[in-house]
Design a protein around this ligand. Structure first.
Ligand code: CP
Ligand code: NVA
Length: 298
């Protein structure tokens, strides 16, 4: 049987995603842990730095009774030229699931095609689906019973934004994007997104009626262009406290973190009364505990 991979939202139904989110909220409420994955091992291949993704997966696997092995790129023979398919075949014969963070979604796909166990996207140049699970969970637990109809994205059309677009198509919400020209999200995604994605040159218009207001760094880890140039390009594309007054009254502010105060957000935005960023970060743990249960049980 082919393993269930979580590379993006593509192959997941709305029902499966909702099940993962509801279970994540239940795990959090009950502070649940178990031994269902005793003697199971989660491999973590991280070719880029991480605080939240790494720690939340390690703790989640621990709470499920399992172990983790963390491998940075320099520790693998891949750094000396061993191929991705060879590495995937060998590692997946020993561990029970593998999280990968890299800067090539194509390489993640190649790895998954050669893996006999579930592969999870821990962030690539194109997508960061685990982050959006935590974001949607944060909205759901805060605004219980309310249907998400509009998200406002301000800033770079990056990997996190791409995953929001995929989520919008699954959950039927509008995503309104205020980003500088030339920094739009991944083009192939936009082809089928006409019905739920809108671009605007007015920040206020993007914010109107939004229930989630969110942004991310101006320069992502995979972005090789000069940060100095990007600071000029993005100088008007930030979120500050007063912006929240244009969104829905009970809107929440989210940021995947790490944040650059004074760039994509004003100095005190994370501490704004409507900011849920600390719950959002904590929810990475619960959402991924739920995701591991979903992927590793029949
Ligand atoms: N948001 C997020 O993925 O954080 P890390 O880079 O710290 O994992
Ligand atoms: N867009 C950011 C997200 C970091 C969690 C990056 O890729 O660096």
């Amino acid at each position: 049987m082919r393993p269930k991979h979580f590379l993006n939202f593509d192959n997941f139904s709305k029902e499966s995603l909702s099940q993962i989110l509801d279970r994540a909220i239940e795990i959090k409420l009950k502070s649940e842990s178990s031994n269902i994955f005793e003697k199971k091992t989660l491999g973590l291949i991280f070719q880029k730095p991480s605080t939240r993704t790494r720690v939340s997966f390690e703790v989640a696997m621990n709470r499920l009774g399992g172990n983790t092995i963390f491998l940075s790129s320099s520790e693998l023979q891949m750094s000396r030229g061993e191929s991705i398919p060879d590495t995937a075949k060998v590692l997946s014969s020993m561990v029970d699931a593998i999280v990968i963070r890299n800067d090539s979604h194509e390489e993640l796909k190649l790895f998954s095609e050669n893996s006999s166990v579930p592969v999870i996207n821990g962030l690539t140049d194109l997508f960061h689906p685990c982050q959006i699970l935590a974001d949607l969970m944060t909205f759901k637990e805060k605004n219980e019973g309310e249907t998400l109809k509009k998200v406002c994205w301000i800033g770079d059309g990056n990997n996190v934004c791409n995953s929001y677009i995929e989520a919008a198509s699954k959950f039927d919400f509008e995503i309104s994007i205020f980003c500088p020209k030339g920094n739009e999200p991944f083009k192939p995604l936009l082809k089928n997104a006409k019905d739920f994605i809108s671009f605007t040159s007015s920040k206020v218009e993007a914010l109107e009626k939004a229930q989630i207001v969110t942004t991310d760094v101006w320069t992502s880890m995979n972005n090789k262009s000069s940060s100095k140039e990007r600071r000029k390009t993005f100088k008007n594309f930030f979120v500050e406290e007063k912006d929240m007054s244009h969104a829905k009254d009970n809107a929440i502010f989210l940021h995947c973190l790490p944040a650059h105060r004074g760039e994509e957000i004003s100095l005190n935005m994370l501490e704004h009364a409507q900011s849920m960023v600390w719950s959002q970060a904590e929810n990475r743990l619960h959402a991924q505990q739920s995701l591991l249960e979903f992927l590793l049980t029949d």
